[in-house]
Design a protein around this ligand. Structure first.
Ligand code: GTP
Ligand code: MG
Length: 611
């Protein structure tokens, strides 16, 4: 029988999880000799590669032999570290029996380190602490060791958890050791520590079959695959299984299993049967959503579900009604948008689709702007078209009145930029809760800031710190409504005509503010073509050409020096727009617009806003 260990790799963003998985795959011979393998091979989604971060949790598996010749199969789950994707970590923790907790040897525990550690400890999972990036010139592994220990105590780790082994590693260089200077044994010390520390999965193969669905995947031939750890019994191809959703009193359906898989390296390998302890992918079971239990239909039983923190911000999606609607999108109707969003919520467990009372409006709630932006970006790439409103925080009624989400913000800045950061976050109703000593010329500041106050702050922060600051934010808790917070201070440059923007017209506009369109771009009445340097909106003409009578300057268009327009991305749009503005999302372009598409309508909106 194979000896199995199921582990998740958890950490704050960028602390090296996916890189470590690369090395674990390589050092166990998962790749053929000479095979070209790109870096961070688990980050296989196009948006993951473009953004350089992990977005979805994913499974892989390696085999390792201990010095006594016993073979272990390690099921690994790589997870995202960005705070917006915390739901991806929460949903897979029920699939594992231990975690590799990675912590950067310079940065130390960060907000998301605390979040994922708390979740793992609460589920009773055994940690193995890996202080990573010890190769960094500024690494301080011993300081970080103490900080992690403090974190474990603060989070009230159990006795065994507090006793977690600490390893020092460089994922990039492919080594780990019990001491920071033991660098010549590859990852052997890591594998050895894992099999020694992480308990084998529980689960009696003689008991009735039970599996909690933690991940959904799709196969072009078989449709949905339900992935989870088998907690009892076994399952074989051809077996009947029952589906028991969390909120039902009994199983709602049974289905026959046409195919079964287990993980091997980066692939899924077909299996005839799978027993308790192993992570399986079960094909062909209708209604197997994340959090439902698959079980023996004769002796059914339900497993405890997956707990996921609630969303904190929401946007409204609607069909695109701009004059350019349908130019590039294939799916443009509210029914198509609704179906796509409903499908998304099946696997994106932290995303909620809420009714609005209007069949053409969909309220989509998530854990942060990036969480929502990634969903919308993938819809756009699949051919969907729609408009999105400004993100609003989700408030709640507390014992003392209205409450809104607050975030913990950790900032590393050069000491000289400290003043402006403290001032700006103060204006945004942030409160500084901690300031730590300088490390290599930078200071670490910790704030508690209403989420609302952080909208649009990141770009200001980068300017204020000349790109040298690092900012991390993480939902902390709900707190009292902080009162009014000033939103964007600048107005919009609004096109008052439909047509094609000309270099001449744009040249004459560019000292009014920052432009979002370039010559040749199509514009329409009500489209936002730039940010006005002043507070009010300015209606502008971007399509006017040079008068033909002006002969002397004719041809001088080539001499026009136009600054390149600001690229409008989804994230930028969501941060930028005000209440009376929308982001238009289409496969070909992302545009910003006023809600009102006529000058008259915009005037009316302004009057309404003023009263
Ligand atoms: N110096 C150094 N850099 C490392 C090490 N491990 C990873 N990195 C670098 O750190 C960056 C982030 O690495 P990833 O493996 O993507 O980090 P991650 O934890 O998977 O990030 P997310 O999944 O987005 O949370 C990359 O540029 C890596 O090359 C290491 O041991 N030493
Ligand atoms: Mg990663």
């Amino acid at each position: 029988m194979t000896l199995i260990r199921n582990i998740a790799i958890i950490a704050h963003v960028d602390h090296g999880k996916t890189t470590l998985v690369d090395r674990m795959l390589q050092s166990t011979g998962t790749f053929r000799a000479g095979q070209e393998v790109r870096e961070r091979v688990m980050d296989s989604d196009p948006q993951e590669r473009e953004r350089g971060i992990t977005i979805f949790s994913k499974n892989a598996a390696v085999r390792w032999r201990d010095p006594d010749g016993r073979e272990f199969k390690l099921n690994l789950v790589d997870t995202p570290g960005h705070a917006d994707f915390g739901g991806e970590v929460e949903r897979i923790l029920r699939m594992v029996d231990g975690v590799l907790l990675l912590v950067d040897a310079f940065e130390g525990p960060m907000p998301q380190t605390r979040f994922v550690t708390r979740k793992a400890l609460e589920l009773g999972l055994q940690p193995v602490v890996v202080i990573n990036k010890v190769d960094r010139a500024d690494a301080e592994p011993l300081r970080v060791h103490d900080e992690v220990l403090e974190l474990l105590m603060e989070l009230e780790a159990g006795a065994a958890q507090l006793d977690a082994p600490f390893l020092y590693a460089s994922a990039r260089e492919g080594w780990a050791g019990e001491e920071p200077d033991v660098r010549d044994r590859g990852l052997e010390p890591l594998f050895r520590t894992i099999v020694r520390t992480v308990p084998p999965p529980p689960g009696d193969p003689e008991r009735p079959f039970r599996m909690l669905v933690s991940t959904l995947d799709y196969s072009p031939y078989l449709g949905r695959l339900a992935i989870g750890r088998i907690e009892g019994g076994h399952i074989a191809v051809g077996d009947r299984v029952a589906v028991w959703p969390l909120d039902e009193e009994e199983p709602t359906a049974t289905d026959r299993v046409p195919k079964l898989y287990v993980f091997e390296g980066l692939e899924r390998r077909e299996a005839e049967s799978v027993v308790a302890g192993e992570i399986a992918a079960v094909a062909g079971v209708e209604g197997a959503e994340i959090g439902t239990t698959l079980c023996d239909p004769v002796r059914p039983g339900r497993l405890e579900g997956i707990a996921v923190e609630p969303p904190t911000i929401a946007v409204e999606l609607r069909p695109n009604d701009s004059p350019f609607s349908g130019r590039s999108g294939r799916y443009v109707t509210s029914r198509q948008i609704r179906e796509r969003l409903e499908r998304e919520t099946l696997s994106n467990v932290a995303l909620r689709l809420e009714p609005t009372g209007d069949p053409d409006r969909f309220r989509v709630a998530g854990r942060g702007e990036l969480h929502l932006a990634v969903v919308m970006e993938s819809m756009r790439r699949q051919g969907y078209e729609f408009t999105v409103s400004r993100p609003e925080v989700i408030t709640q009624q507390g014992p003392e009145g209205l409450e809104e989400p607050y975030e913990e913000v950790v900032i590393d800045v050069p000491a000289v930029a400290m003043g402006v950061v403290i001032q700006k976050l103060g204006e945004r109703r942030g409160e500084m809760v901690h300031m730590s000593r300088e490390l290599g010329g930078t200071v670490r500041l910790r704030f508690l800031v209403p989420s609302r106050g952080l909208t649009g702050y990141r770009s200001e922060f980068l300017t204020d710190t000349r790109g040298e600051g690092i900012l991390h934010r993480q939902f902390a808790r709900y707190g009292p409504w902080a009162g009014s917070i000033e939103a964007r201070r600048t107005g919009a440059l609004v096109s008052m005509t439909e047509g094609t923007a000309t270099g001449y017209a744009l040249f004459n506009l560019q000292d009014r503010g920052r432009l979002f369109v370039g010559p040749g771009d199509a514009v329409y009445d009500g489209m936002i073509v730039g940010e006005h340097a002043r507070e009010n909106d300015l209606e502008v003409n971007t399509i006017r050409g040079k008068k033909l009578t002006n002969m002397r300057a004719a041809g001088s268009d080539e001499n026009i020096l136009l600054e390149p327009p600001r690229e409008v991305t989804l994230e930028f749009g969501l941060e930028f727009i005000r209440e009376d503005e929308l982001v238009e999302v289409t496969p070909a372009a992302i545009r910003l617009r006023k809600r009102a598409l006529t000058a008259h309508g915009r005037k009316r909106d302004r009057r309404q806003a003023a009263t």
